[in-house]
Design a protein around this ligand. Structure first.
Ligand code: NDP
Length: 324
C-alpha cells in the first residue's frame, strides 16, 4: 500500500504521521499522479501549525512532480504516462501517489527534471506573479525582497536581476548574504543585525524603493512600509514571523499615498489560462538559464517532520524537496 503524511491535530512538526492508505480511482475530472518529488514550502508549516486552519484529519502539501498513472472521466489533454507538475489544489502532496483535479496539472518540459519541477512550481510561480503581475518590475527599478536566500527569495533575486533591476535583499546571516549575492542580490542586508529600513534609505540615496516584497510579516511590516517611496507598493505575501496585527489604513496616507496588497498564488492561478501562461513564463526563464533552481535540501518524504523543523528554524537556503 502507498504511504502519505497526514496530521490529526495541529501543532509542532511531530504531529506529521507517515500512514499507509488504499488509493481510490480518480473521480471525474481528476488524475492520479505518481510523485517522483514533492515540494516543501513554508505555507505547509502554516497548515500544520493551525495558522491557516484546515479541516482535520488532513493531508498536507501543495506541490509535486511525477507521472500520470490513471485518469477519471472527462479529462482532456492528458494521458497516462505524461510528465506533470503542479502547485495548488487540495492539500495532499506529501504522498507517494495522489488524485488531483486535472486542471491544476501542467506538462513538465523534458528539459526540467522531476526534482526541479517539484522545487520550482510553487515558489517559481510566486516569483512570476510578484515580479510580472503584482508590481511589474522595470529595468532600472531598485526592489527590496525579504528572506532573499530562501526558496522564493533566491528565485526573485535572480529573476529581478535578469529583468534589469537592482536587488536589495534581507537575510538572517552572513552565510546567507553570500548565497543571495551569488544569485543576483546586489545589496544583502543582515536584518537580524542591521536596521534594514535605514540601509534601504542609504542605498537609494534617501528616495526609497517602488516595491517591497515582504513574506516575514509581523517582524518587518512597519519597517518595510518605511522603505517605500511615495506611491510605492507594499506586497505582503507571507507571515514567517507571524501575522501582521490589525493596521490603521490612515498610515498609508501619512507615509506617502502607499499601496498595500496581500496576494496569494492561488488567486493568481485560479483561472487555467493564467496558470498555463505563468508556468510557460517560468519554464522560459529556467530554460534560458536566467533562473537556476537551487535544491539545497533533500529529505525522505517519511521524514517530513524533520524538514519542517529545519525550515522553521531558518536552517534551509534555496528550495527543499521531499523524496518518496
Ligand atoms: P523560505 O525558504 O523563504 O523560508 C522562510 C525564511 O523566512 C527563513 O529561511 C528565514 O530566512 C525567514 N524568516 C524570517 N523570520 C523568520 C522566523 N521568525 N521564523 C522562520 N523564518 C523566518 O520559505 P519559502 O520560500 O517557502 O516561502 C517564503 C515566504 O513566502 C513564506 O512566508 C511563505 O509563506 C510565502 N509565500 C507566499 C505565497 C503567496 O502566494 N502569498 C506563495 C509562496 C510563498 P532568514 O533567516 O534569511 O530571515
Amino acid at each position: 500500500m502507498p504511504h502519505a503524511i497526514r496530521f490529526h491535530q495541529t501543532g509542532k512538526p511531530e504531529v506529521l504521521q507517515w500512514e499507509s492508505f488504499d488509493p481510490v480511482a480518480p473521480a471525474a475530472g481528476e488524475a492520479r499522479v505518481r510523485h517522483y518529488a514533492v515540494g516543501l514550502n513554508y505555507i505547509d508549516t502554516y497548515h500544520r501549525s493551525g495558522l491557516y486552519p484546515v479541516p482535520l484529519p488532513s493531508g498536507i502539501g501543495l506541490e509535486g512532480a511525477g507521472v500520470v498513472e490513471a485518469l477519471g472521466d472527462g479529462v482532456d489533454g492528458l494521458k497516462v504516462g505524461d510528465r506533470v507538475a503542479y502547485a495548488g489544489g487540495p492539500l495532499g502532496a506529501y504522498a507517494e501517489v495522489r488524485n488531483i483535479p486535472a486542471h491544476r496539472l501542467v506538462a513538465l518540459p523534458e528539459s526540467i527534471s522531476f526534482e526541479q519541477g517539484a522545487a520550482m512550481m510553487l515558489q517559481g510561480l510566486t516569483a512570476e506573479y510578484l515580479l510580472r503581475r503584482t508590481y511589474r518590475v522595470q529595468p532600472g527599478d531598485t526592489i527590496l525582497i525579504h528572506a532573499a536566500a530562501g526558496g522564493v527569495g533566491l528565485m526573485v533575486c535572480q529573476w529581478a536581476k535578469a529583468l534589469g533591476a537592482t536587488v536589495i535583499g534581507t537575510v538572517g546571516s552572513d552565510e546567507k548574504a553570500e548565497i543571495a549575492r551569488a544569485h543576483g542580490c546586489d545589496h544583502p542586508i543582515v536584518y537580524t543585525r542591521e536596521r534594514f529600513a535605514e540601509q534601504v534609505r542609504s542605498i537609494t540615496g534617501g528616495r526609497g524603493v517602488p516595491v517591497v516584497y515582504d513574506s516575514i510579516g509581523a517582524d518587518t511590516f512597519m519597517d518595510s512600509l518605511a522603505c517605500l517611496r511615495p506611491m510605492g507598493m507594499m506586497v505582503l505575501f507571507g507571515a514567517a514571523s507571524g501575522p501582521v496585527p490589525p493596521f490603521d489604513c490612515g498610515l498609508l496616507a501619512k507615509m506617502g499615498s502607499l499601496f498595500l496588497t496581500r496576494p496569494t498564488l492561488f488567486t493568481y492561478t485560479a483561472e487555467r489560462d493564467d496558470l498555463v501562461a505563468m508556468a510557460a513564463d517560468l519554464f522560459d526563464v529556467v530554460s534560458a538559464g536566467k533562473l537556476k533552481i537551487e535544491i539545497n535540501q533533500r529529505y525522505p518524504l517519511s521524514e517530513a517532520a524533520r524538514a519542517h523543523t529545519e525550515l522553521e528554524a531558518r536552517l534551509t537556503t534555496g528550495s527543499s524537496i521531499l523524496l518518496p
